[in-house]
Ligand binder design. Structure first.
Ligand code: BGC
Length: 740
């Protein structure tokens, strides 16, 4: 069944799951050796599988939808539920969305708490492993305290197109940056004994026709782009599950893709966890099971059949699917639950804890502040001077809150309440359009008590211009809503907001634009306003974060995790093939990713010699930084870059020096991000930094050998503050070597 219809239906509250307490007593361990924490997760899982009946195994390999009429009574009310096996001490699996906070669509209950995190690109813009980890740990803790032990997080599809409706869930265009930061977020979730997925494997990079389109891409390009991001996220985060995607890849559905699931993920990458389907992503029983799918999600609601029940039972009985495969499916699921400590630390609903709740909000605010990107700041228009007498705040519902993305990842309720701007279209799936109750207007008024700050909604452009004319500074808040299951039709701001900016900028040359968007949009007025701040979807403390950034209480330090094109004509696909919401299926629906191949984002711009509006890695600060003295050397298998970074301005701030390998002319990819560091520096402070560069970014993938190889040679490494900046360059001699 179509997700939209089901999710839009009844939302119910649920019973409280009362789980047993931590580590098993010695007598219990003697009777149930799989509870022995001295054994490895593999040993424990194998012992458990040996003790299970066939019915118990079949019960484990499918989850049930737990919202609305279908909800099993013991389920908390969320995307999925698998009953416990009490006889063996196997805990229930309570699955909940997603990667931007605990959504709990079944409804919050007394004492529940969720932090609505800033969007994925906001976290990616911090370029901070630590901030990404803290975000994950916060979501893990909040899931656990609501009784959930599986979080459907870890979205790491690469941004190939700014119009993809789900970019706000992802982490940008670069495999190393996205893989590393999403991996850290997954590690954070799992540090709280909550299993995290990594999704959507693979190439679900556009939402149009997502249930059936085929992503066409060559092997090498796929491994050097999207698959590399997934692989790095697995290496960093060790997610318990990988969610296979809706779409087809080179003609075969993601959840029955023998090559991607069995050969690449489980064999070549030695992934020990399980593969869980996306909701409505299963099209067969034996075929999917033999291809490597381990758990069917909510098939009774979303798929044509519960393939992993009767059809698979028959296939196992008939020997079409070996018993060993069924055992492997159960073993992988159990192993992952054991590995995150889900047996010893079952989730427990906990009473409200104001301190912990505030800590979650603080993580959201810190992420929003560190992730906002100051795109432009001509003449030092920002930060706002304390003596500014009068400010006109215009548009974007800035008096009410900050916008969020739509679909299964939307956190619809926090302890601050729900939607601050109800009723905007669409109100049904993939809506509602949500504004988190965190108004920039009141935060600004609090930050600038001596300043008169007027608000105008901006619907009447002439009136907005009149208000702007009377003020010292005008701040226009521009928003763009995006949502799961539908791509954006173009790269422009909706609802006449470009004209609003133009009108205000014409009335007041000191006009600042604050963007809250899915990702890059056209900025036809960019040269006519002195300052632009990209705040992404900034989450539950977005208003406070924006006010602190505008007033200089916080110094912007975000750097773009995506290239910012001038307009769609610079993209590999100026038009999205078959664009539309729930467009009719055509058998041959494909997206040709071979146009750019592995040259996603800045690599495409370099290969095509295109100049974007803002380069990948770009972001200004209220201070300035200088990079110097680059030295790159190979030390055994390690490639080390050393350099100096100095804060040459008058304020404390964070620099993000980036290192790119520039490959020789004629190479398929012109440059690749190979390392970076985020460095906090006081005014005048300078530091010597050493960055370990990722060897895989010097290597090429060989589809025949199914492995990576660094060709011997001299490599040019460039140090800069964006992909287009060359602060220093150095060469390094590297010996040939293979990587697996
Ligand atoms: C989405 C997943 C989500 C799942 C469960 C699907 O439509 O693609 O990201 O986790 O639903 O809600």
């Amino acid at each position: 069944m179509n997700k939209s219809i089901v999710v839009g239906r009844a939302l119910l509250c649920a019973a409280v799951l009362l789980a047993p307490a931590a580590p098993a007593a010695p007598a219990a361990v003697a009777a149930r050796p799989w509870l022995d924490i001295a054994r490895t997760p593999d040993e424990r899982a194998a012992l458990l599988v040996a003790a299970m009946t066939q019915d118990e195994k079949f019960a484990l390999i499918r989850s049930r939808f737990a919202i609305g009429e279908a909800r099993p009574p013991e389920a908390l009310g969320s995307a999925g539920y698998v009953a416990p096996v009490e006889r063996l001490g196997i805990p229930a699996q309570q699955l909940v969305d997603a990667g931007l906070g605990v959504t709990n669509p079944g409804g919050m209950r007394e004492g529940d708490h969720a932090t609505a995190m800033p969007s994925g690109p906001a976290t990616a813009s911090t370029w901070s492993r630590e901030i990404a980890f803290q975000g994950g740990a916060t979501m893990g803790r909040e899931a656990w305290r609501q009784g959930f032990n599986v979080l459907l997080a870890g979205s790491v599809n690469l941004q190939r197109d700014p119009r993809n409706g789900r970019n706000f869930e992802y982490a940008g265009e670069d495999p190393l940056l996205a893989g590393t930061l999403v991996g850290e977020s997954i590690r954070g979730v799992q540090s709280e004994h909550v299993l995290s997925t990594m999704k959507h494997y693979a190439l679900n990079d556009m939402e149009t026709h997502r249930n059936f389109h085929s992503a066409q891409i060559g092997d090498r390009a796929m491994h050097e782009s999207d698959l590399l991001a997934f692989r790095i996220a697995i290496e960093v985060g060790a997610p318990g599950a990988v969610m296979c995607s809706y779409n087809r890849i080179n003609g075969t559905y993601g959840c029955e893709h023998d090559e991607l699931l069995n050969n690449v993920l489980k064999r070549d990458w030695r992934y020990p966890g399980y593969v869980m389907s996306d909701w409505g992503g299963v099209h067969s029983g034996s075929k999917a099971a033999l291809a490597g799918l381990d758990q069917q999600s909510a098939g009774e609601v979303f798929d044509r059949a519960v393939y992993f029940d009767a059809p698979l039972r028959m296939a196992v009985e008939a020997g079409v699917v070996p018993q060993a495969r069924l055992d492997d499916m159960a073993r992988r699921i159990l192993r992952s639950l054991i590995a995150v400590g889900a047996f010893e630390h079952p989730p427990r609903r906990r009473p409200p804890d104001a301190e912990l709740d505030a800590a979650g909000f603080a993580v959201a605010q810190r992420t929003a502040e560190a992730g906002a990107v100051l795109l432009r700041n001509a003449g030092g228009a920002l930060p706002l001077a304390a003596e500014t007498r009068r400010i006109a705040v215009i548009g974007g519902h800035a008096d009410k809150g900050v916008i969020a993305g739509g679909g299964s990842s939307m956190v619809g309720w926090t302890s601050r309440g729900t939607n601050a701007v109800p009723g905007l279209q669409p109100t049904a799936w993939p809506g509602p359009v949500m504004f988190q109750p965190s108004p920039p207007l009141s935060a600004l008024r609090e930050a600038l008590p001596g300043t008169r700050i007027d608000y105008f909604d901006g619907r009447d452009r002439a009136a907005a211009a009149r208000l702007a004319r009377q003020a010292d500074v005008a701040i226009v808040f521009a928003t763009q809503w995006a949502a799961e299951s539908v791509d954006l039709p173009h790269m422009r701001l909706p609802d006449g907001q470009d004209a609003l900016v133009e009108a205000v900028a014409a009335a007041n040359p000191r006009t600042v634009v604050v963007l809250q968007t899915n990702g890059p949009v056209e900025l036809p007025w960019a040269e006519r306003v002195p300052a632009i701040l990209q705040a992404w979807y900034p989450g539950i403390r977005g208003g406070e974060a924006i006010a602190r950034l505008l007033t200089g209480a916080a110094n912007p330090s975000g750097r773009l995790p995506v290239t910012w094109p001038v307009d769609a004509s610079q993209l590999p696909r100026p038009e999205i093939p078959g664009l539309g919401f729930d467009p009719p299926q055509k058998p041959g629906d494909t997206i040709d990713y071979d146009i750019e191949g592995a040259n996603v984002g800045y690599r495409w711009f370099a290969a095509q010699e295109l100049v974007p509006r803002y380069a990948f890695g770009h972001g200004l600060s209220y201070t300035t930084f200088a990079l110097s003295g680059l030295d790159v050397r190979a030390d055994g298998d390690r490639i080390l870059a050393r350099f100096r970074v100095e804060n040459t301005g008058a304020r404390a701030g964070a620099a993000v020096p980036q290192l790119y390998v520039h490959l020789p002319d004629g190479h398929a990819t012109p440059l690749r991000l190979a390392g970076w560091e985020r460095v906090e520096l006081q005014p005048g402070e300078s530091r010597e930094i050493e960055v370990l560069l990722a060897p895989r970014l010097f290597a090429d993938y060989d589809p025949q050998a199914r492995s990576w190889r660094i060709p011997a040679g001299r490599y040019r490494v460039v140090l800069g503050q964006s992909a287009a900046d060359v602060a220093a360059g150095a060469e390094v001699e590297i010996a040939a070597r293979g990587l697996d």
